[in-house]
Design a protein around this ligand. Structure first.
Ligand code: FE2
Length: 238
Protein backbone atom coordinates (compact mmCIF):
# COMPACT_ATOMS: atom_id res chain seq x y z
CA UNK A 1 0.00 0.00 0.00
CA UNK A 2 1.51 3.27 -1.12
CA UNK A 3 1.30 6.18 1.34
CA UNK A 4 2.36 9.69 0.41
CA UNK A 5 3.07 11.22 3.80
CA UNK A 6 4.52 14.47 2.41
CA UNK A 7 2.46 16.21 -0.26
CA UNK A 8 1.31 19.77 -1.02
CA UNK A 9 -1.93 18.74 -2.69
CA UNK A 10 -4.29 21.22 -1.01
CA UNK A 11 -4.76 24.30 -3.14
CA UNK A 12 -4.66 27.89 -2.02
CA UNK A 13 -2.70 27.56 1.21
CA UNK A 14 0.97 27.34 0.24
CA UNK A 15 3.21 27.02 -2.83
CA UNK A 16 1.68 23.65 -3.79
CA UNK A 17 -1.51 23.26 -5.83
CA UNK A 18 -2.58 26.65 -7.18
CA UNK A 19 -6.23 25.89 -7.88
CA UNK A 20 -8.89 23.29 -7.25
CA UNK A 21 -8.21 21.95 -10.75
CA UNK A 22 -4.53 21.54 -9.82
CA UNK A 23 -5.56 19.55 -6.77
CA UNK A 24 -7.78 17.31 -8.89
CA UNK A 25 -4.95 16.69 -11.35
CA UNK A 26 -2.55 15.91 -8.50
CA UNK A 27 -5.03 13.46 -6.99
CA UNK A 28 -5.41 11.66 -10.31
CA UNK A 29 -1.62 11.52 -10.59
CA UNK A 30 -1.40 10.08 -7.07
CA UNK A 31 -3.97 7.43 -8.02
CA UNK A 32 -1.83 6.51 -11.06
CA UNK A 33 1.01 6.06 -8.59
CA UNK A 34 -1.15 3.61 -6.61
CA UNK A 35 -1.21 5.95 -3.62
CA UNK A 36 -3.98 5.01 -1.15
CA UNK A 37 -3.33 7.60 1.57
CA UNK A 38 -2.07 11.16 1.32
CA UNK A 39 -1.09 13.23 4.31
CA UNK A 40 -1.74 16.81 3.24
CA UNK A 41 1.37 18.50 4.57
CA UNK A 42 0.98 22.14 3.64
CA UNK A 43 3.78 24.48 4.70
CA UNK A 44 3.46 26.30 8.00
CA UNK A 45 5.94 28.67 9.64
CA UNK A 46 5.01 28.75 13.33
CA UNK A 47 4.88 32.22 14.85
CA UNK A 48 6.07 33.95 11.69
CA UNK A 49 3.28 33.59 9.15
CA UNK A 50 -0.42 32.96 9.80
CA UNK A 51 -1.80 29.73 8.39
CA UNK A 52 -5.34 29.76 6.91
CA UNK A 53 -6.67 26.85 8.96
CA UNK A 54 -10.34 27.24 7.94
CA UNK A 55 -9.49 27.40 4.22
CA UNK A 56 -7.19 24.39 4.56
CA UNK A 57 -9.88 22.30 6.25
CA UNK A 58 -12.54 23.36 3.74
CA UNK A 59 -10.30 22.57 0.75
CA UNK A 60 -9.25 19.23 2.26
CA UNK A 61 -12.91 18.23 2.67
CA UNK A 62 -13.66 19.26 -0.92
CA UNK A 63 -10.64 17.33 -2.20
CA UNK A 64 -11.78 14.24 -0.32
CA UNK A 65 -15.27 14.63 -1.79
CA UNK A 66 -13.70 14.81 -5.25
CA UNK A 67 -11.92 11.47 -4.63
CA UNK A 68 -15.24 9.91 -3.62
CA UNK A 69 -17.08 11.32 -6.63
CA UNK A 70 -14.34 10.27 -9.06
CA UNK A 71 -13.99 6.81 -7.57
CA UNK A 72 -10.36 7.41 -6.59
CA UNK A 73 -9.42 5.06 -3.75
CA UNK A 74 -7.50 7.72 -1.86
CA UNK A 75 -8.00 8.86 1.71
CA UNK A 76 -6.71 12.28 2.65
CA UNK A 77 -5.39 13.08 6.10
CA UNK A 78 -4.56 16.37 7.79
CA UNK A 79 -1.02 17.38 8.56
CA UNK A 80 1.58 20.04 7.98
CA UNK A 81 5.20 20.54 7.09
CA UNK A 82 6.65 22.71 9.80
CA UNK A 83 9.48 25.04 8.93
CA UNK A 84 11.30 24.92 12.26
CA UNK A 85 11.27 28.21 14.17
CA UNK A 86 12.08 29.08 17.78
CA UNK A 87 8.36 29.28 18.45
CA UNK A 88 7.51 25.88 17.01
CA UNK A 89 7.90 23.89 20.26
CA UNK A 90 5.65 26.26 22.24
CA UNK A 91 2.98 26.35 19.56
CA UNK A 92 3.09 22.58 19.24
CA UNK A 93 2.66 22.38 23.02
CA UNK A 94 -0.36 24.69 22.77
CA UNK A 95 -1.92 22.45 20.11
CA UNK A 96 -1.66 25.11 17.42
CA UNK A 97 0.33 23.04 14.92
CA UNK A 98 -1.36 20.27 12.91
CA UNK A 99 0.25 16.90 13.51
CA UNK A 100 0.31 14.12 10.93
CA UNK A 101 -3.14 12.53 10.84
CA UNK A 102 -3.69 14.07 14.29
CA UNK A 103 -1.30 11.46 15.69
CA UNK A 104 1.83 11.93 17.74
CA UNK A 105 4.06 12.72 14.78
CA UNK A 106 5.25 15.88 13.05
CA UNK A 107 7.06 16.58 9.79
CA UNK A 108 9.75 19.24 10.13
CA UNK A 109 11.90 21.03 7.57
CA UNK A 110 14.78 23.47 7.85
CA UNK A 111 16.69 25.92 5.71
CA UNK A 112 19.31 24.32 3.49
CA UNK A 113 22.23 25.54 5.60
CA UNK A 114 20.71 24.65 8.98
CA UNK A 115 23.43 24.33 11.63
CA UNK A 116 23.83 21.09 13.53
CA UNK A 117 22.76 22.74 16.80
CA UNK A 118 19.36 23.62 15.35
CA UNK A 119 18.73 20.02 14.30
CA UNK A 120 19.49 18.86 17.83
CA UNK A 121 17.35 21.61 19.32
CA UNK A 122 14.39 20.71 17.13
CA UNK A 123 14.76 17.01 17.87
CA UNK A 124 14.94 17.62 21.61
CA UNK A 125 12.32 20.34 22.07
CA UNK A 126 9.71 18.89 19.71
CA UNK A 127 10.43 15.39 21.00
CA UNK A 128 9.79 16.66 24.53
CA UNK A 129 6.20 17.25 23.44
CA UNK A 130 5.79 13.50 23.07
CA UNK A 131 5.75 13.37 19.30
CA UNK A 132 7.81 11.39 16.81
CA UNK A 133 9.82 13.92 14.85
CA UNK A 134 10.33 13.28 11.14
CA UNK A 135 12.89 15.38 9.31
CA UNK A 136 11.60 16.17 5.83
CA UNK A 137 13.81 15.53 2.78
CA UNK A 138 16.89 14.99 4.89
CA UNK A 139 19.03 14.85 1.77
CA UNK A 140 18.45 18.56 1.20
CA UNK A 141 20.57 19.81 4.09
CA UNK A 142 24.30 20.29 3.87
CA UNK A 143 24.86 18.76 7.32
CA UNK A 144 23.13 15.53 6.31
CA UNK A 145 26.37 14.47 4.62
CA UNK A 146 27.51 13.70 8.16
CA UNK A 147 26.15 10.21 8.66
CA UNK A 148 27.30 10.11 12.29
CA UNK A 149 25.07 13.11 12.98
CA UNK A 150 22.08 11.33 11.50
CA UNK A 151 22.87 8.25 13.56
CA UNK A 152 22.93 10.33 16.75
CA UNK A 153 19.67 12.06 15.94
CA UNK A 154 18.05 8.70 15.32
CA UNK A 155 19.52 6.88 18.29
CA UNK A 156 19.34 9.61 20.92
CA UNK A 157 16.11 11.36 19.92
CA UNK A 158 14.27 8.82 17.81
CA UNK A 159 14.16 11.17 14.83
CA UNK A 160 12.92 9.54 11.62
CA UNK A 161 14.24 10.58 8.22
CA UNK A 162 12.19 11.15 5.07
CA UNK A 163 13.73 11.21 1.60
CA UNK A 164 12.01 12.64 -1.48
CA UNK A 165 10.99 10.10 -4.10
CA UNK A 166 12.76 12.02 -6.83
CA UNK A 167 16.05 11.74 -4.94
CA UNK A 168 15.76 7.96 -5.11
CA UNK A 169 15.75 7.67 -8.88
CA UNK A 170 17.28 10.87 -10.22
CA UNK A 171 20.95 10.73 -11.21
CA UNK A 172 22.76 13.62 -9.56
CA UNK A 173 26.41 12.88 -10.13
CA UNK A 174 28.78 10.20 -8.90
CA UNK A 175 29.43 11.52 -5.39
CA UNK A 176 25.84 12.44 -4.60
CA UNK A 177 24.53 9.15 -5.97
CA UNK A 178 27.06 7.23 -3.90
CA UNK A 179 26.07 9.17 -0.77
CA UNK A 180 22.34 8.52 -1.40
CA UNK A 181 23.04 4.81 -1.71
CA UNK A 182 25.01 4.94 1.51
CA UNK A 183 22.08 6.52 3.35
CA UNK A 184 19.71 3.83 2.10
CA UNK A 185 22.11 0.95 2.68
CA UNK A 186 22.84 2.16 6.20
CA UNK A 187 19.08 2.18 6.95
CA UNK A 188 19.17 5.91 7.64
CA UNK A 189 15.97 6.52 5.68
CA UNK A 190 12.61 5.63 7.18
CA UNK A 191 10.16 6.95 4.62
CA UNK A 192 10.06 8.03 0.99
CA UNK A 193 7.40 10.52 -0.07
CA UNK A 194 6.69 12.67 -3.10
CA UNK A 195 6.78 16.21 -1.65
CA UNK A 196 4.64 16.89 -4.72
CA UNK A 197 3.73 20.52 -5.42
CA UNK A 198 2.16 20.17 -8.88
CA UNK A 199 1.83 17.70 -11.73
CA UNK A 200 4.54 19.35 -13.81
CA UNK A 201 7.70 20.51 -12.10
CA UNK A 202 7.29 18.56 -8.86
CA UNK A 203 4.82 15.72 -9.48
CA UNK A 204 3.94 12.67 -7.44
CA UNK A 205 6.44 10.02 -8.55
CA UNK A 206 6.45 7.62 -5.66
CA UNK A 207 5.73 4.60 -7.86
CA UNK A 208 8.93 5.14 -9.81
CA UNK A 209 10.88 5.42 -6.55
CA UNK A 210 9.22 2.23 -5.29
CA UNK A 211 10.28 0.36 -8.45
CA UNK A 212 13.89 1.49 -8.08
CA UNK A 213 13.93 0.57 -4.40
CA UNK A 214 12.39 -2.82 -5.14
CA UNK A 215 15.00 -3.55 -7.79
CA UNK A 216 17.92 -2.43 -5.66
CA UNK A 217 16.93 -3.38 -2.11
CA UNK A 218 14.02 -5.81 -2.44
CA UNK A 219 10.26 -5.51 -2.24
CA UNK A 220 10.08 -5.57 1.55
CA UNK A 221 12.26 -2.48 1.81
CA UNK A 222 10.41 -0.72 -1.01
CA UNK A 223 7.05 -1.43 0.64
CA UNK A 224 8.24 -0.26 4.03
CA UNK A 225 9.75 2.98 2.74
CA UNK A 226 6.91 3.91 0.40
CA UNK A 227 4.01 3.09 2.67
CA UNK A 228 4.43 0.51 5.41
CA UNK A 229 6.37 2.63 7.87
CA UNK A 230 4.08 5.65 7.52
CA UNK A 231 0.94 3.51 7.70
CA UNK A 232 2.12 1.96 10.94
CA UNK A 233 3.21 5.24 12.51
CA UNK A 234 0.02 7.06 11.54
CA UNK A 235 -2.37 4.13 12.04
CA UNK A 236 -3.64 4.17 8.45
CA UNK A 237 -5.99 1.43 7.35
CA UNK A 238 -4.88 -0.88 4.56
FE1 FE2 B 1 7.40 19.80 1.32
Amino acid sequence: MMVDMHCHVIWGVDDGARSEDDTHAMLRKAAENKVRHIVCTSHITPGEAPFPVDRYQDHLARAQAFCRDEGLDITLHPGSEILYTDQAPRLLHEGKIPRLNDKRAVLVEFWYDVPTDTLYQAARLLGNEGVTVIFAHIERYRVSRNIKLLEELRNEYGVLMQMNARTVFEKQGFLTDRWKRKLLEADMIDMVASDAHSINSRPCNILRAWEVLRDEYGQETADRLCGGAAAKLLALES
